[in-house]
Design a protein around this ligand. Structure first.
Ligand SMILES: NC(=O)c1ccc[n+]([C@@H]2O[C@H](COP(=O)([O-])OP(=O)(O)OC[C@H]3O[C@@H](n4cnc5c(N)ncnc54)[C@H](O)[C@@H]3O)[C@@H](O)[C@H]2O)c1
Length: 271
């Protein structure tokens, strides 16, 4: 299938590990010039180098996406390197830290202000700032793709993840509004919705194994147990389950798909 992505320029936020890293690599393999963002410069640089070593084109543009000034600067760096950014992947987002006590996140009542703010700042403001920074070039080019990564928590809600669920749901509302506002500019906006993903940042033992089966990792077995549909498919998600659908949505083959939230969660929710 011809995706017609060669030469396009993409910015991937939080591209320094896990899902974002896989997205960077798959886009680059399709000939996209990738601006790899991460809060940690060494992570962004390592992924950009990985892509260049494999023959692709990438530049690291680290920075904190929760700050508008920093977003404008990191977008400018990417633009200087490769030209206008017309594919934006809003991937940076962190599941709230689990507390030592029982390994469970806090209930909503117990959630400190700081944690609520961090969750909203990263998932909501970070996504808004990045969209706002790249949209003028997309409008100017009359072509653009905004693809944001959410969680099933944002579609069906999860206990002990209320702030995160709300923040991810906000991304879906934002996406639908942008899809309506910029459809006439041939800019599409979509969300890819994930369940639990096993990757190098979460379960290092799994990163190099062929599959995430309950037999080879006790922790993953517990997680898998909480996902009845993933149990049916026999494994948790892998970053490559996400990067494929993101790459498709970035392509011309998905030109008529906009304002949608697509589950890549092994059927965790079927809304
Ligand atoms: N891993 C899962 O099980 C899972 C499940 C559902 C949804 N998601 C979503 O998928 C996306 C990727 O998840 P992941 O597991 O690969 O995440 P991760 O935590 O492994 O990686 C996220 C990257 O984002 C970077 N980052 C954090 N704050 C940043 C900031 N302010 N500015 C720039 N970069 C920043 C981190 O440094 C990190 O490298 C997130 O949006 C997450 O909410 C993940």
């Amino acid at each position: 299938m011809e995706l017609n992505l060669k030469g396009k320029v993409a910015l991937v936020t939080g591209g320094g590990q896990g899902v974002g890293r896989a997205i960077c690599k798959e886009l680059a393999a399709e000939g996209v010039k990738v601006v790899v963002n991460d809060l940690f410069p060494e992570r962004a640089e390592a992924v950009a180098k990985e892509i260049r070593d494999a023959g692709g084109e990438a530049v690291a543009s680290p920075g904190d996406i929760t700050k508008a000034d920093s977003v404008n600067a990191l977008v400018a760096k990417g633009r200087d390197a490769f030209g206008p950014i017309t594919i934006l992947v809003n991937n940076a987002g962190v599941t709230p830290e689990r507390r030592a006590k029982g390994g469970m996140p806090p209930t909503f009542i117990e959630t400190p202000d700081r944690e609520m703010h961090q969750t909203v700042e990263l998932n909501v403001y970070g996504t808004m700032y990045c969209c706002r920074a790249v949209l003028p070039d997309m409008v100017g080019k009359k072509w653009g793709r905004i693809i944001s990564i959410a969680s099933e928590a944002g579609r069906v809600g999860e206990a002990r993840l209320a702030a995160y669920s709300g923040a991810k749901a906000a991304i879906i509302g934002l996406t639908k509004a942008l899809a309506k506002e910029h459809g006439r500019d041939r800019v599409t906006a979509n969300v890819v919705v994930l369940g639990a993903v096993s990757h190098e940042g979460i379960a290092p033992n799994q990163a190099t194994s062929a599959d995430a089966t309950p037999e080879n990792n006790e922790r993953l077995a517990k997680m898998l147990n909480a996902y009845p549909s993933a149990k049916g498919l026999g494994r948790l998600s892998r970053p490559e389950d996400v990067s494929g659908i993101v790459t498709f949505l970035a392509s011309d083959r998905a030109a008529f798909v906009t304002g949608q939230h697509v589950g890549a969660s092994g059927g965790y929710a079927m809304p």
